[in-house]
Design a binder for this molecule. Structure first.
Ligand code: DX5
Ligand code: ZN
Length: 215
């Protein structure tokens, strides 16, 4: 699978309806929704109020990426707010299993994510327990950072594990993705690429999405 998930974090919020419409019209596959709490990451983005216009106007599934402590308190609300998938950070919790159950109990897809400094092998026990894993290719917290090249080997490793164990789990990669590196990230085994600035700061967002997809 080769999918693109534009991160609404880089959208112009003064013109959100228009930005959503632009993505609806494009070849993008999902809306990536970055929720930051100022505790798990040193930045605050947005929460439930932004889910409302997205649920109302977006015609593509909402892929919610929670960068928050205590995701167990909020995952069900994000499911109710229209999420297609809900992901949270493995390093933010003691035991992800009960939280995955909360999400699954709502009929929503599950995703576990790790920052670049977390050993990729920590995902091993969960590869068969989630619908998707999200490998961060920058440190969570801000859009517009540079892709960390070491991510490529981690993607290859997770892809080999998923193939060896014959799992249907998707691999998503998030941070610093653009039309120049998308090809290598897909080639390493990624299914879904998140792109914020490369889409919303482009002169032609639809063209940026198309060029990343056609890599
Ligand atoms: C970072 C977020 C990313 C970010 C991607 O904390 O999880 O989704 O918005 O933005 P770019 O594509 O600009 O790196
Ligand atoms: Zn994200």
């Amino acid at each position: 699978m080769r999918a693109i998930a534009p991160s609404i974090l880089s959208a112009d919020f003064g013109d959100l309806r228009e930005e959503i419409e632009r993505i609806n019209q494009s070849e993008a596959d999902y809306f990536h929704v970055d929720v930051m709490d100022g505790v798990f990451v040193p930045n605050i983005s947005f929460g439930f109020p932004i889910m409302e216009p997205l649920q109302k106007y977006a015609t593509k599934p909402l892929d919610v990426h929670l960068m928050i402590v205590h995701p167990e308190k909020y995952v069900e609300r994000f499911c109710d707010a229209g999420a297609w998938s809900v992901g949270f950070h493995l390093e933010a919790v003691d035991d992800p299993m009960p939280i995955l159950s909360l999400i699954r109990g709502k009929g929503v897809r599950t995703c576990l994510t790790i920052n670049p400094d977390i050993d990729v092998h920590r995902l091993d026990p969960y590869l068969g327990e989630v619908d998707m894993v999200l490998l961060m290719s920058v440190f969570a917290g801000f859009g517009g950072q540079r892709f960390i090249p070491e991510t490529i080997d981690k993607i290859r490793y997770v892809r080999s594990e998923i193939t060896r164990r014959q799992l249907p789990t998707l691999i998503e990669v998030d941070g610093g993705i653009n039309p120049s590196n998308a090809k290598d990230v897909f080639a390493a085994g990624a299914d879904v690429l998140v792109a914020g600035s490369a889409v919303f700061h482009a002169d032609d967002p639809a063209e940026a999405i198309r060029s990343m997809k056609q890599q």
